[in-house]
Design a protein around this ligand. Structure first.
Ligand code: PAF
Length: 336
C-alpha cells in the first residue's frame, strides 16, 4: 500500500514535470491577451498568417496567450500603427515595409524596386543575416519588435484608364503610392504621376476617380474588390510585399520567458506556412482577377522598368548614407 502511494506520488510529479510545471512553488504564467491588428479584410493574405499565428501561439503557450484578431483597421489605421506600437497602445500589427520606412528609413532597403532578383534571393535575404540585422537594428532604434517578415508576394499595378503594354503607357496615369519616398521616386522614374495617399483614403479615391489606380498585393486587389473600378492589371513584380508583423515592447514585456518563446516560435512557423501559401496562390489569384474579376492583364517587357529601377536604387543608396548602402550591397551580393 505504502509502495502504491509512493508510486502514485512519483507519477504525479512526473506528470507535473511533463506539463512543464515545477513540483516546488508552482507559478502559473499570467494570462495575456494579444490584440493583433491589420488594415485589410480578414480574407486577405494577412488574415491567413494571423489565423495560423493565433492557433500556434495559443497552443505553444498552453492557452496563456490569447490572440484576438482585429482586421480591417479596427484598432488602428496602418499609417498610424507604427507610432501606436512605439507608444504601446497597440500590441501587434501587420505593417507593409513601405509604411514602416517613414518612421524608420532603413526599412526602405526592402522597398527598393527590383532589389530582389527572384523569390529564392528574397527568401535568402529575409531569412538570413540581413533580415536579422534589420530586426535587431529596428528594435534598438525604435523599441518595436519584428516578429516575422511573413510570406512574400509582389505588388501588382492596376488602373481604370488603359491597358499598359509598355513603360510609355504609364505616362500621365495618376497612381496612388503609399507615403513612401522610394515608391514615389520609382513611379516617377516609370513615367507615371504618383499620388501619395494613406491607405485609409485609397478605396474612396479609386471609386471617385481622384486617382486612376495604384499597386497592391494581389490578394488585396481581389479582397478590396478593386477590380470593380479598375479593369487593367499590370504584372511587373516591381515591388516585393512582405507581411511583416510587429509587436510593441510594452506587450513583449508582459510575457514571461516561456510565453515569449511560444510567441516567437508561433510567429516563425506561421511566417513559414504563410510563405508557402502565398507563393503558391499568387498566380491563381491573378487568374481569378482575369476571369471572374474581368480584368485585362498585361505583362509588359520589364527591361525598361528594371533600368529605371536601377537608377532609383543608386539614388537612394547614395543619399541615405553608408549604413543603408552597406545593406543594399549585402542584399545584392546575396544574389550571386
Ligand atoms: O498599400 C498599402 O498601404 C499597404 O500595402 C496595405 C494595403 C495597407 C497593406 O499593408
Amino acid at each position: 500500500m505504502r509502495q502504491g502511494l509512493k508510486t502514485s506520488f512519483a507519477l504525479g510529479s512526473a506528470a507535473l514535470l511533463a506539463l512543464g510545471l515545477s513540483t516546488g512553488t508552482v507559478k502559473a504564467a499570467d494570462p495575456v491577451t494579444l490584440n493583433l491588428g491589420w488594415a485589410t479584410p480578414l480574407e486577405s493574405d494577412y488574415g491567413i498568417l494571423a489565423t495560423k499565428f493565433e492557433e500556434l501561439a495559443e497552443k505553444y503557450s498552453n492557452g496563456t496567450v490569447d490572440v484576438k484578431l482585429r482586421c480591417c483597421a479596427q484598432i488602428a489605421t496602418e499609417d498610424d500603427a507604427f507610432k501606436a506600437l512605439q507608444l504601446g497602445t497597440v500590441d501587434a500589427y501587420f505593417i507593409s515595409q513601405n509604411n514602416v520606412s517613414p518612421h524608420w528609413p532603413m526599412m526602405d532597403v526592402f522597398v527598393l524596386p527590383y532589389i530582389f532578383q527572384n523569390t529564392d534571393h528574397l527568401l535568402k535575404v529575409s531569412n538570413g543575416p540581413v533580415g536579422q540585422k534589420i530586426r535587431d537594428q529596428l528594435q534598438k532604434d525604435t523599441g518595436v519588435h519584428l516578429l516575422t517578415f511573413g510570406g512574400p508576394g509582389y505588388r501588382d499595378m492596376f488602373n481604370s484608364r488603359r491597358a499598359v503594354n509598355s513603360i510609355d503607357d504609364l505616362k500621365g496615369l495618376k497612381l496612388r503610392v503609399p507615403k513612401n519616398q522610394v515608391m514615389l521616386s520609382t513611379f516617377e522614374a516609370f513615367g507615371a504621376e504618383p499620388v501619395p495617399l494613406a491607405w485609409s483614403e485609397t478605396p474612396t479615391a479609386l471609386q471617385t476617380k481622384t486617382i486612376d489606380g495604384g499597386d497592391n498585393g494581389t490578394s488585396v486587389i481581389k479582397e478590396m474588390k478593386f477590380f470593380e473600378f479598375a479593369k487593367h492589371l499590370i504584372i511587373l513584380d516591381h515591388f516585393v510585399g512582405f507581411a511583416p508583423v510587429f509587436a510593441s515592447d510594452r506587450f513583449m514585456n508582459k510575457l514571461d520567458e516561456d510565453q515569449r518563446a511560444a510567441v516567437m516560435r508561433a510567429a516563425k512557423e506561421a511566417g513559414e506556412y504563410h510563405t508557402e501559401v502565398k507563393l503558391e496562390e499568387i498566380e491563381g489569384i491573378r487568374s481569378w482577377l482575369a476571369n471572374e474579376g474581368g480584368m485585362e492583364v498585361t505583362r509588359p517587357d520589364r527591361a525598361p522598368f528594371i533600368a529605371a529601377a536601377q537608377e532609383v536604387q543608386q539614388k537612394f543608396a547614395a543619399e541615405r548614407g553608408a549604413e543603408f548602402k552597406a545593406i543594399v550591397d549585402e542584399i545584392q551580393a546575396a544574389a550571386e
